[in-house]
Design a protein around this ligand. Sequence first.
Ligand code: ADP
Length: 627
Amino acid sequence: MTAETSHTTSTTSESHEFQAEVSRLLHLMVHSVYSNKDIFLRELISNAADACEKLRWRALTEPALIAEGAKLAITITAGEDKLTIADNGVGMDRGELIANLGTIAKSGTRAFLDQIADRQENSRLIGQFGVGFYSAFMVADEVTVVSRSAGTNEAWTWRSDGMGSFEIERAELADAPEHGTRVVLTLKDDAKTYADGPTIERIVKEYSAHVPVPIELVAAESEGKELTDGSALWAKPKSEISKDEYKDFYGTVAGQWDEPALTIHYHAEGRHEYSVLLFVPSMKPFDLFDPARKGKVKLYVRRVFISDEVELLPAWARFVRGVIDSEDLPLNLSREMLQHNPVLDAIRKAVTTRILSDLGKLAESDAETYAKVWDAFGAVIKEGLYEEAERRDDLFKVARFKTTKSGDGWRSLADYVKDLKQNQTRIFYVLADSTDRALASPHLEGFKARDVEVLLLSDPVDAFWVRTALGFDGKPFQSVTQGATDLDQIPETETIDKPADGQAAASLIAYLKQQLKDRVGDVRTSNRLAESPVCLVAPDYGPDKQFEKIMARHEGLGQMSKPILEINPGHAQIAAMTRRLETGDTAALEDAAVILLGQAKILDGEAPDDPADFARRLGRVLAAQLG
Ligand code: ADP
């Protein structure tokens, strides 16, 4: 993804078009109705701090990259309708300027743009996405970036008014930082307040007080005032940190504007020594379901930022944000060493255990906040049930479910097991595309008539873990649409109509087997139906029907096994078919059999196998009935 060169205006200045997504984003920024414009400063400071931390890390192996005597820092200069944010970090060369400030590599960008264009109230979304560098155009008519990549002898200027293109030209070395980047904003008429020192001081204190690089302010009122010292918040004792400071740091490290739902801060000693400051957000980030499933926890070694690309947590915990700072690892870790490192493996295990235990405590102590966490991240946490069998029992403890009894709330498996009915030995579930669809399933009728709770599983991942999980508390999981249930053992609380003559149903079953033998594996009476005449279930062994559907969608696999047709002998429609069979007049019964199978499909939210044939037969039966 690189921005295109549209034309060359001179040998030294080139104009480049922004990538289409950037243009859309900039249009939003330039015409922003977003009231809290202050956020642009945190985004620029965050970029500057990242650049300093990257250079600090590179200089571990190449100390000459940092100019002699230089202290890595961010300097903000305010005055005369301009605001400058300068850092002496890694800087960008020409190619990086074009790629980084002309395109958006971030996943979820399109989804973000589509959503934000739809809505008036877009501040929440801007915060959730983290607009980054481009937010500068909310307050600036023109942005100029002068950058020199550390270790090179070239500097480049990037300039844009945010209207579709940007200019790149070579900068004089004398005008450029020795290494690092200077971002100069020419402030819009309605944003001149950002040239005031006190305004900048307030915003930095509010949003960026715990950036791990010192920030200095130069303004008319103050000749070089240190606003923050860049000390690591996670290294301080818990008792000295206020809730607001945690929240501010969360914003800095996560790039989000919501309140963290859970803060986990501790120092571990023993075989390995490290500090942990992690947050569970209360809002979904845009890249939660990105196929790369990457986490963003930052690894530090003795207060030096090393990388945010190391998988410090399992993929199912990728929504957790924050910092892990090791005291034991060497500073000059190569990428390979980071990938397969026994110290990191041990830390990953211990921290994951801690996250699960703290989530469990939150669920106990503050069910309302925990419900938010589960709403946002439950579908991701459940991936762990499939991928980390050894953690399954702990994950089950924090897992919450929609069930036929949960109403607006959530139920735990412990709640479920506590309320088992007499003779109930299994945990029943139904898989569907949504909770509503699950609730509409005819398979649930017999469970309702016995007041038996059923888990409503509607996340795609559910079909996977529930097949491999052995059970909870000794109770196996059982799909309501699969195999024989032991429902007959459980007493009914609402009476289900039953036919007087059991034998007659047997003849109808034999007839249906004969008529439908190419399409169904078996026909039998059902104990899971109360109001509907018919349903389809999967055989005892083999995949659940919903699982087959998901596989068919993703893998293009056809149906693997023929379903079983279950009929409700107490239903008027079945009773009428039974009577007709007894009279020996089976002409209309052929139509009725095919229609019955079609009904079962429709009740599952699917089309009959041959919709035209189904409609024709239905028409014929209706005509005879009404005529
Ligand atoms: P993000 O920071 O979320 O990646 P931005 O749009 O803010 O998105 O920045 C895009 C990229 O530009 C950054 O990832 C970084 O590589 C580069 N960048 C921005 N500002 C600086 C800076 N001050 N120094 C070095 N690189 C920078």
